[in-house]
Design a binder for this molecule. Structure first.
Ligand SMILES: [Zn+2]
Length: 499
C-alpha cells in the first residue's frame, strides 16, 4: 500500500503518555505536540517546529500508544456474548463443551471476526493477534478492519471428547495434525503477502495437551525459520496440568521447556496453573523461573479467569520475577482498558496486597497499578513481537495511537488521567484511534466497517448457532439455554389480569 508523507500534528495535547527510553518506562508529558509523517511518529512533546499538513487541536486530549492484544479468538464472539459470558468456557468439562458445541457456522465466521475487531478498534486496540481455525475470508476481514494484525491460525494433533460417564477422550488424528499445520502455514503466508502491509503471522498450535511432541517441535522450528512469534495455550486448566504430568512426568511449563518451546519470541497462553499455584498442589516451584529466565511472555486474560473464580497467583509476582506479561481478551468481552482494571483488582485479590499505604509512596515491590498493566498492554506485547516500533509514543515508532477526552465526565477530576481511564471511564472516554498513521475511529465512529450492519448480522448468526446446539451436543442433545441458562429466568406472561 502506498504511504502518504503528509504530516499530522496534535497541538498542545494536555497529556501524552510517552515512552521514556532512558528509564525504560512510560511517562506523562504535559501540553506538548505529537507529530507523525505518513505512518511514523516524528515528534513527541514540546513544540513541533516543522511543516504540518493536518493540525488537530489536542488541548482536551490525552494521547496514548495503541493497545496490543496478544490473546484473542475472534470467532468466539457470539459464543461468549450471552451464552457462556459468565465463565464455564474454561473449566473442565466446559472448555471441551465450548469447543465442540459452539463454534460458529462456517458462513458466520467472517461477521464474528469483524464484530470483534470493530469493538477492539473502538476501545483503542491497534494491534491484535487472532487465533482461530483459518477460514475463507479471514485474512481479508483482518485487513478490511484497518487493525494491525498477527494472523495466528490454530491447529492440533487431537480433538477431545467428553464421554457419557464424564470422562475425557483424546482422539488423535491419523495424520497427527499435519493437514491442519499445512493449512495454517498457507494462511500465515497469505497474511504476510497481503498488500495492506499491516498483516503478519504468528505460529500458534492450539492446546499443549492436544499437540504431539512432533507437531510442537515442527511448529517451533517453523517459527524460528521464519522469525515469527510462537504461542501455545498451556497451564490453562488443572486437568490439563495433571494430564501433562501423567504423560510426561513434568508440569506443562517444564514440558514446554523440555521441547525447546520457551524463549524471547515465545508466549504461553494463560500460564495460570504453574507449579506454585495452590490448586495444583505440586511439589516443585520452578515454573515461574523457567518462564522468566527464558524471556518467555505470558499472555494474560484475567476477565476469562475471574469469571470462573481463578487467576494468576499472582500477576504482581510474575512481574517481580521478571516475566514479560502481555495482555489479551481471549474470547469475550472485547476491550483491553476494562481488562486492565480486572488485571489490577484480581492481581491484588489473589496476592492479598494492595498498592501501598496512604502515607507512603506507591513504590514498593507489591505495587501493581495502572502503569504496570498499561505497559503490559503496550510495550509488553511489543517486546514479545520483537517490535520496538510498536506500543510506544516515541520518535521512529509507528503512528498507532488513540486519544482520550480528558474532559469526559467519567474522567473527572483530571489529576491523574491514566488512573481515571483505567478505574473510572474505561473505553467510554476513548475518542479517536489511528493505526499506521490512518484514522480508523473518529469521534467514536468506526470509519472502516459498518458496525450497525455487522451487529444485525451477528444477531442472526447467534440465532443460527443456538439452533444448531442440540444436534452438536451429541447424545446429550441439550439446548443452548439448558447448557447456559439465561442470567435472569424467563417468566410466562399471565393471560389474565386487568384489562
Ligand atoms: Zn485462548
Amino acid at each position: 500500500m502506498q504511504q502518504t508523507t503528509e504530516v499530522t500534528c496534535f497541538r498542545r495535547a494536555r497529556w501524552i503518555v510517552a515512552w521514556n527510553e532512558s528509564e525504560g518506562r512510560i511517562g506523562y508529558r504535559r501540553d506538548g505536540d505529537l507529530a507523525f509523517r505518513g505512518n511514523e511518529i516524528v515528534h513527541v512533546g514540546g513544540t513541533f517546529p516543522g511543516h504540518v499538513d493536518r493540525e488537530v487541536d489536542a488541548s482536551r486530549f490525552m494521547l496514548l500508544p495503541g493497545l496490543i492484544n496478544m490473546h484473542l479468538h475472534s470467532t468466539a464472539t457470539m459464543i461468549r456474548n450471552g451464552l457462556s459470558t459468565d465463565g464455564g468456557g474454561y473449566r473442565f468439562p466446559y472448555f471441551y463443551l465450548t469447543q465442540r458445541v459452539l463454534p460458529p457456522l462456517e458462513r458466520d465466521k467472517v461477521v464474528a471476526t469483524k464484530a470483534t475487531l470493530a469493538r477492539l478498534l473502538l476501545g483503542g486496540t491497534t494491534t491484535t493477534m487472532d487465533w482461530v481455525s483459518p477460514y475463507d475470508g479471514w485474512v481479508e476481514a483482518l485487513a478490511e478492519s484497518g487493525i494491525r494484525a498477527y494472523a495466528a491460525p490454530a491447529y492440533n494433533s487431537a480433538a477431545v471428547r467428553i464421554t457419557q460417564d464424564h470422562g475425557l477422550e483424546y482422539e488423535w488424528f491419523a495424520d497427527d495434525g499435519e493437514a491442519g499445520f499445512r493449512a495454517a502455514a498457507d494462511a500465515m503466508d497469505a497474511a504476510e503477502r497481503h498488500d495492506s502491509g499491516r498483516l503478519s503471522a504468528m505460529v500458534a498450535p492450539s492446546e499443549l495437551e492436544c499437540c504431539s511432541e512432533r507437531l510442537l517441535r515442527q511448529s517451533k522450528a517453523l517459527a524460528d525459520e521464519t522469525g515469527r512469534p510462537f504461542q501455545v495455550h498451556a497451564a490453562e486448566a488443572v486437568r490439563e496440568f495433571l494430564e501433562i504430568a501423567r504423560r510426561h512426568g513434568m508440569t506443562p511449563i517444564q514440558w514446554c521447556a523440555h521441547l525447546g518451546l520457551l524463549g524471547e519470541r515465545s508466549a504461553i497462553g494463560h500460564a495460570v496453573y504453574l507449579d506454585h499455584h495452590s490448586k495444583v498442589a505440586w511439589a516443585t516451584e520452578g515454573d515461574l523461573d523457567l518462564l522468566a529466565s527464558s524471556g518467555t511472555t505470558v499472555t494474560h486474560t484475567p476477565t476469562a479467569w475471574a469469571a470462573v473464580g481463578d487467576g494468576l497467583e499472582t500477576l504482581g509476582g510474575y512481574l517481580r520475577a521478571g516475566v514479560n506479561v502481555a495482555m489479551g481478551n481471549d474470547a469475550f468481552p472485547h476491550g483491553l482498558i476494562e481488562e486492565l482494571k480486572v488485571a489490577i483488582l484480581v492481581g491484588r485479590v489473589k496476592s492479598g496486597k494492595d498498592a501501598g499505604t496512604p502515607i507512603h509512596a506507591v513504590t514498593d515491590g507489591f505495587s501493581l497499578g495502572p502503569k504496570e498493566v498499561l505497559e503490559a498492554a503496550t510495550v509488553g506485547g511489543a517486546r514479545y513481537l520483537g517490535r520496538p516500533d510498536l506500543g510506544r509514543l516515541a520518535v521512529g515508532c509507528k503512528a498507532d495511537l488513540f486519544t482520550v477526552d480528558v474532559e469526559h465526565p467519567f474522567m473527572m477530576p483530571d489529576h491523574d488521567p491514566v488512573r481515571s481511564l483505567v478505574y473510572s471511564a474505561g473505553q467510554a472516554a476513548i475518542r479517536d484511534v489511528y493505526v499506521d498513521g490512518r484514522q480508523i475511529v473518529k469521534e467514536r465512529e468506526l470509519l472502516t466497517m459498518d458496525i450497525d450492519a455487522i451487529s444485525r448480522e451477528l444477531m442472526q448468526a447467534q440465532r443460527r448457532l443456538i439452533d444448531e446446539v442440540p444436534s452438536r451436543d451429541g447424545s446429550f442433545g441439550r439446548s443452548a439455554t439448558e447448557i447456559w441458562p439465561l442470567s435472569v429466568p424467563m417468566d410466562e406472561v399471565a393471560v389474565s389480569g386487568v384489562h
